[in-house]
Design a protein around this ligand. Structure first.
Ligand SMILES: [Zn+2]
Length: 509
């Protein structure tokens, strides 16, 4: 049977506040266990939570950046369940009245569901001029994905099961450093119809949150976590199938793989006349499969009720407006501006605007060297490859925009060839030295001097009598042979145009 897949995502984003949601403990990652704790986040009797204003502001930013309405009044609720890393026995969250409602974001789909930035991920450095240059590929289609709600909640602590070499080998330890850290839970509508759409949504959402400077977007460290609700229904059927919740996917690739796996699994269960159980399944990246973790809880299992220690959260219009004014240009707007202001192909604009760091790098470069398409090619091919497609490495990259601009000017001035420029930039990336100084130190300047080139060419001519004979007999294609050999002899430093000229002059007689 043919099935249609229905996917909704629940994304948890850890907010970039310095302190926790209801106390003044720091949120820094990677400190010694239980150092970032106090009686409030450890849930000791008699303590009272105090709401972090900055966290509320970040929630408003997220809501505005995704077209949500910001609710004038929202309520914190207790979500009651027992778990060893949850000392209070409940998590403070929002339930019936969340802070943001009904937003959306747009994803771009090309090539049967692949997002442009994903195509780029597969082939670092192989975008070659960008399409523009991607001839024949169908244009991207924009699809709007609904956002049901965004609510605030505190994180739980963490259980540590492995601690090799200590007595903890046979025990589980609890680290409460993360307990009470502010999270946003962003719940989408079940609007996605393929794993690729889910990844495109997640990428776009991550990009927006990073742009808005409210989350660092680091999936490996868990500051951005994604659960997916996946169900199948016979093609054409209105009613949703039974959904399964997938957890534990800590990269875009794993989100895609886990959903693919789950679609296959559910399809074979249904094909055999079986029934899908509503449950939570964990993605095991090593085995490449999902495994059942527990039956899915319903909201009533949690006995939600308004937290009596916290007043309703009141957000007035003026506050929302003030926060709105501090929002930077967001990815969609930036992409549109890049396409029009710099006359870039849509593909280039999409790749560059998908990361704020990359977009800023590109614009800083264009300031120094105002040829946007050329800059875009170098940034997308060379720079992206150097940083391994990892925008987090941009701030610490020794290669700065000014270096790229300088290298391009050296090419334009005939000092170095394009291929030498690539080597030079790689050295800049490793050392932080300027292109100019690398070219001087390593003697990479292009040889345009007739005498030196002539000597090299004479040697080549002497070594290839057969080619000389054929060339003189009219096989002009062989000019490539002579130029190539001279380039080789000079370590790529010969000026190819000059060599071309010289070959013609020497062998025309
Ligand atoms: Zn605390």
């Amino acid at each position: 049977m043919t099935y249609e897949v229905v996917i909704g995502l629940e994304v948890h984003a850890q907010l970039l506040t310095k302190t926790k949601l209801f106390c003044a403990c720091p949120t820094v990652f990677g400190r010694e266990p239980n150092l970032n704790t106090c009686p409030v986040c450890l849930g000791q009797p008699g303590t009272l939570p105090v709401l972090n204003r900055q966290a509320v502001e970040f929630a408003i930013r997220a809501g505005l950046a995704t077209g949500c309405s910001i609710e004038a009044k929202s309520v914190f609720a207790r979500k009651n369940y027992f778990y060893p890393d949850l000392p209070k026995g409940y998590q403070i969250s929002q339930y019936e009245l969340p802070v943001c409602l009904k937003g959306h974001l747009d994803i771009e789909i090309v090539n049967g569901g692949r997002s442009p930035s994903e195509v780029n991920d597969d082939k670092p450095g192989k975008t070659d001029g960008g399409p523009g240059g991607r001839a024949g590929s169908p244009p991207a289609i924009t699809k709007r994905i609904g956002i049901t709600r965004i609510h605030m909640e505190e994180d739980a602590g963490k259980l540590v099961h492995e601690h090799p070499g200590t007595r903890a080998q046979d025990a589980s330890w609890v680290d409460f450093n993360r307990g009470g850290t502010p999270l946003l839970e962003i719940v989408s509508e079940p609007d996605m119809r393929s794993p690729q759409e889910a990844v495109a949504y997640l990428k776009k959402l991550r990009s927006i949150l990073v742009y808005a400077e409210i989350c660092d977007g680091n999936m490996e460290e868990g500051s951005l976590r994604c659960d997916a609700n996946v169900s199948l229904r016979p093609a054409g059927q209105e009613k949703f199938g039974t959904k399964v919740e997938l957890k534990n996917m800590n990269s875009f690739k794993n989100v895609e793989k886990a959903i693919f796996y789950e679609i296959d699994r559910q399809a074979s269960v249904l094909d055999e006349g079986g029934r899908i159980l509503q449950e939570t399944r964990l993605w095991d990246a090593d085995k490449g499969e999902t495994q059942s973790m527990r039956g899915k809880e319903e909201a009533h299992d949690y006995r939600y009720f308004p937290d009596p220690d916290l007043l309703p959260l009141i957000v007035d219009r003026e506050w929302v407006e003030r926060v709105g004014k501090t929002l930077p240009e967001l990815p969609d707007a930036k992409r549109a501006r890049f396409a029009s202001q710099y006359q870039l192909p849509v593909y280039d604009a999409e790749v560059l605007a998908s990361s704020r760091g990359l977009a800023d790098f590109f614009e800083a470069c264009v300031k120094e060297y105002p040829q946007p398409k050329k800059v875009s090619n170098w940034v997308m091919n060379e720079f992206l490859r150097m940083i391994g497609n990892d925008e987090a490495r941009i701030p610490s990259s020794p290669l700065k925009p000014v270096h790229l601009a300088q290298a391009m000017k050296l090419v334009d001035g005939g000092t170095i060839s394009g291929s030498v420029a690539k080597t030079v930039l790689q050295t800049v990336f490793e050392t932080g030295e300027s292109p100019q100084s690398i070219v001087e130190k390593q003697g990479l300047a292009q040889i345009s001097d007739d005498g030196a080139l002539e000597t090299a060419l004479d040697e080549v001519i002497a070594a290839s009598p057969k080619e000389v004979e054929k060339y003189k007999a009219g096989n002009e294609k062989l000019i490539g042979h002579f130029v190539g050999q001279v380039m080789k002899k000079t370590g790529g430093r010969a000026n190819p145009a000059k060599v071309n000229e010289l070959v013609k002059r020497k062998l025309s007689s």
